[in-house]
Design a protein around this ligand. Structure first.
Ligand code: SAH
Length: 373
């Protein structure tokens, strides 16, 4: 069993003094957008359900201040389940023999985006395993084709680690954003979760390179991964404060039974929401997706995240026939739906929470037209 947020697991009540101390720390974080390492640790070690509502409420206020109740939509195209990497938690990593592998052609990717454009999406997230099939030349061709077909769009890539020159070429071809979760800011935990040929330093260097080139950059991490501790989560908060990314993807670890981490507990909804809220309070302008993994863990998980600071959703626009094969974790939601169905379902969910769908390109707030920087 993992040891994070112990008091959330065994419901216990805090003394008034502890509750007040936690709420003061939350207020300080709201006002100053940073806390000391020991203060974060205090919150994570002591928070109970008595204080979570207060935390979510402050995170919601911080979101409203910058983005109001708008939820930006991104059409997600999962282009390949081939992967050469060794992320032990992931159901399509190179060592999972029974994984179904597929890859989309350029034409299929363009078709997905065309369908997504008709549904109103203006950002396309092109995500996949690390598949060498997608050479720089092919990606440049795809990016340029999309950008010439549709003027008013943003392209987000999420294709894992590539070298500096590759990132630069794709940026120059027209890619606007790049999602590369750091996965964990703890070197010990990173090494526990990845095969030896992967490197903690290399992942961070890739993120630094993406920022340097000028992408809107998304980092992020999983909550509740095997052996993760509160110290590790504090490292994530400190790292994100320092990196100051434009986006932060936070989702629960979901155990996949075909991976070598089989048999472990998955992360929980509450733990994940707490981390989303803390990140919203310290990285106040960041775009925070309400992740599909949260929706998989809990039917209302994505709705709840909107009340803890999240402001982005990523409906799937991949071909329905391949969706099950992109099985990074099991029981993924929406695999049987068409893109049209996903569009309707997401909109209803957003509206049911008194939020508003925003079909603009949804840049980071300081990069939006007319923004005062
Ligand atoms: N190859 C790309 C995309 C990875 S999939 C890359 O390396 O960035 C996107 C994210 O899904 C990963 O960054 C990881 O944080 C998350 N993920 C993978 N397996 C998961 C699992 N079993 N449970 C929860 N999240 C998982």
């Amino acid at each position: 069993m993992n040891a994070i947020l112990p008091k959330i697991k065994e419901y216990s009540q805090n003394t008034n003094e502890t509750t007040i101390k936690i709420k003061v720390l939350i207020d300080t974080l709201y006002n100053n957008q940073r806390l000391e390492k020991s203060q974060y640790k205090y919150i994570l070690d002591n928070i109970t359900e008595d204080e979570t509502e207060y935390l979510y409420q402050k995170a919601f206020e911080a979101k409203m201040k910058h983005y109001k109740n708008k939820v930006y939509l991104r059409g997600l195209v999962e282009i390949s389940s081939y992967c050469s990497q060794g992320c032990k938690y992931c159901g399509i990593n190179a060592f999972v023999k029974d994984a179904t592998r597929y890859r989309l052609t350029k034409e299929e990717i363009i078709d997905c985006c065309e369908g997504g454009y008709i549904l109103g999406y203006r950002t396309f997230v092109i995500q996949g395993g690390e598949d060498r099939f997608y050479s720089d030349e092919l990606m440049i061709d795809i990016i340029k084709t999309l950008k010439s077909k549709f003027e008013d769009i943003r392209i987000t890539l999420s294709l894992g680690e590539r070298n500096y020159l590759s990132y630069l070429k794709l940026y120059n071809a027209g890619a606007d954003r790049y999602l590369l979760r750091h996965e964990t800011a703890s070197k010990r935990l990173y090494e526990h979760l990845h095969h030896d040929f992967m490197s903690f330093e290399k992942r961070r260097e890739a993120l630094a390179n993406l920022k340097k080139i000028g992408y809107q950059v998304g980092a992020g991490f999983m909550v509740g991964s095997p052996t993760q501790t509160n110290e590790d989560l504090v490292e994530d908060l400190l790292y994100l404060k320092d990196l100051d990314p434009h986006m932060v993807g936070i989702g629960p670890y979901l155990c996949h039974s075909d991976t070598e981490l089989k048999g472990n507990d998955s992360g929980t909804l509450t733990e994940t929401l707490i981390m989303v809220a803390l990140v919203r309070l310290q990285n106040q302008k960041a775009l925070l997706p309400s992740t599909t993994a949260l929706g998989t863990l809990d039917k209302k998980g994505r709705e709840k995240a909107l009340h803890a600071g999240a402001n982005v959703m990523m409906p799937n626009i991949s071909p329905t026939k391949h969706r099950e094969a992109y099985e990074i974790y099991q029981n993924k939601i929406c695999t049987g739906d068409t893109s049209v169905q996903c569009r309707g379902c997401i909109e209803l969910r957003i509206k049911s929470q008194k939020h508003q769908v925003d079909l603009g390109v949804g840049d980071y707030i300081d990069l939006q037209e007319g923004a005062i920087k």
